[in-house]
Design a protein around this ligand. Sequence first.
Ligand SMILES: Nc1ncnc2c1ncn2[C@@H]1O[C@H](COP(=O)(O)OP(=O)(O)O)[C@@H](O)[C@H]1O
Ligand SMILES: [Mg+2]
Length: 307
Amino acid sequence: MTPIISVANLSKTYGTGFKALTNVNLDIDKGEIFALLGPNGAGKTTLIGIVCGIVNASEGSVTVGGHDINRDYRAARSLIGLVPQELHTDAFETVWATASFSRGLFGKPKNPDHIEKVLKALSLWDKKDSKIITLSGGMKRRVMIAKALSHEPQILFLDEPTAGVDVELRKGMWEVVRGLKASGVTIILTTHYIDEAEEMADRVGVINKGEIILVEDKADLMQKLGRKRLTLHLQGRLDRIPEALAPYHLALGEEGRQLVYDYDTRGERTGITSLLGDLRNAGIRFADLETTQSSLEDIFVSLVRPQ
Ligand SMILES: Nc1ncnc2c1ncn2[C@@H]1O[C@H](COP(=O)(O)OP(=O)(O)O)[C@@H](O)[C@H]1O
Ligand SMILES: [Mg+2]
């Protein structure tokens, strides 16, 4: 499948001499949700800016829907909706006017049915005649999404869509994004919230100091880098771990009522079967057990930790 966005050997040095991106290569598949994850200053907004034609690249090339963003700017840009990190709208315009005006900027004929559909999908329909200034932060953010969707783009960039948005609204935003994906829109979101990438993305790219350091299927990533923890809730209390169990490097928790075993899902064997056998031999009984997967957060922190 040809990617809907293809970024090749892209570098950006700002006028200040600061190198914000170094040799970025990235393909985005049609219809996926791609989360670009990275700490502040990593280069996320710069990368989006280049793909959207707002920032000039220093080196490399980008195609969107097969159109080169320099040679074929209008064709490339018309496929993209952008919700920028910094929200700026005309505070005294209405929701309806904001969304429909933007469509005109892309040279598309008026289509009130489409604008209505978008506003309804974003739960903004009953606010269509309200001035932006009267809306809450979360609603303003959704107006920006409506504006970005007004010209029926195939690709939507959301640059830190939920920064500073409270938990409830973040959940609502995620639902909107899932709905868009279901309607065939390709979504690229940047975030420094790991749980957002973990919850939403089909694939995750990690960017740090202007370099893409990893691109993986989210599930593969967690599988590959993830470790698991088995916690056994014991029937009785244990003062110390029997010598016979030393090879498992178990830890005692909850004042001797829990045994904790960390294992690597990448290994040929997890060691769980023999552990359970050896526990029985040692006369240790447990009432319950659970396993937990290390989160994307653990993975992320280990990747971007200063060396
Ligand atoms: N216009 C600019 N001029 C000079 N440096 C910039 C400019 N825009 C961004 N930068 C620098 O480039 C780096 C990456 O910024 P940015 O792309 O906004 O990162 P992110 O979105 O990941 O937080 C930062 O160090 C930032 O200070
Ligand atoms: Mg940014």
